[in-house]
Design a protein around this ligand. Structure first.
Ligand SMILES: Nc1ncnc2c1ncn2[C@@H]1O[C@H](COP(=O)(O)OP(=O)(O)OP(=O)(O)O)[C@@H](O)[C@H]1O
Ligand SMILES: [Mg+2]
Length: 249
């Protein structure tokens, strides 16, 4: 695989163990700039671990991961720089409970990007507007609905002007009526050209926003295809079996 300028993220032969457990097995994945990749698959298949290795929340035992043509730094200042380039949104919103929504969004830009507070606040309000919660800026996370908190978490990640956004089941902790408001924000982000890796079982999102679906099971990429091809004609028994289970829910 050549690391051309169009590729933002490249994983080559990535392996990861937790003790005896081989959780990532020779993962090869290249994500182009502006591409949206949905990762789906059964529980325990390694989807979260994959995301966590990409922003170095987990180390890898073998292979290489590069971002924007550069290998991931192991530690130190370069690693902090990389983390700032990769926004991550988790199932649990992970907002700072004792800070307002506005403070949550401005913290990274001020501390890490060294942006002046007034500028950071202006940009934060624009982002909160974009995700539809500008009216909540002065509230604390506990005063917001789950959907609003997740949109705040997305705004916080975007405030760092990341090159890549990782989403790990961003809607799975939400009440059903709040799922669509978060997916709408993600869809508009995709339309605006953000490079995204999204772990989700929301097939509507995959179909409308993703260029590619990656099916992961038992630590391996079993199959990848366009959403339409994948959902209507999965090639492997493993993927068809998985789809029959999520489709009957
Ligand atoms: N910190 C850890 N220490 C030991 N084992 C771990 C750790 N994190 C994950 N695992 C194991 O690694 C495997 C992959 O886990 P991972 O969380 O990546 O799966 P997943 O595909 O995200 O699953 P889910 O759909 O349930 O979120 C699982 O067997 C899990 O138990
Ligand atoms: Mg997971």
């Amino acid at each position: 695989m050549t690391d051309s300028g169009d590729l933002l993220v490249v994983l080559e032969n990535v392996n990861k163990h937790f003790g005896d457990l081989h959780v990532l097995k020779d993962i090869n994945l290249a994500v182009a700039r502006g591409e949206v990749v949905v990762v789906i698959g059964p529980s325990g298949g390694g989807k979260s671990t994959l995301c966590r290795t990409i922003n170095r929340l987990e180390t890898i035992d073998g292979g290489t991961i590069s971002l924007d043509g550069r290998p991931l730094p192991a530690e130190g200042k370069a690693l902090a720089g990389l983390r700032a380039d990769v926004g991550m949104v988790f199932q649990s919103f992970n907002l700072f409970a004792h800070k307002t929504i506005l403070q949550n969004v401005t913290l990274g830009p001020v501390k890490v990007r060294k942006i002046a507070k007034a500028d950071a606040e202006r940009e934060a309000l624009e982002l909160l507007e974009r995700v539809g919660i500008a009216a909540q800026a002065q509230k604390y996370p506990a005063q917001l609905s789950g959907g609003q908190q997740q949109r705040a978490a997305i705004a916080r990640a975007l405030a760092m002007k990341p090159k890549l956004m990782l989403f790990d089941e961003p809607t799975s902790a939400l009440d059903p009526e709040m799922v669509s408001e978060v997916l709408e924000v993600m869809t508009s982000l995709a339309r605006d050209g953000m490079t995204m890796i999204v772990v989700t079982h929301e097939m509507g999102f995959a179909r409308s926003a993703a260029q590619r679906v990656v099916f992961m099971a038992d630590g391996q990429i079993v199959e990848e295809n366009t959403p339409t091809e994948f959902f209507t004609g999965a090639r492997t028994e493993r993927a068809r079996d998985f789809l029959s289970k999520i489709l009957t829910h």
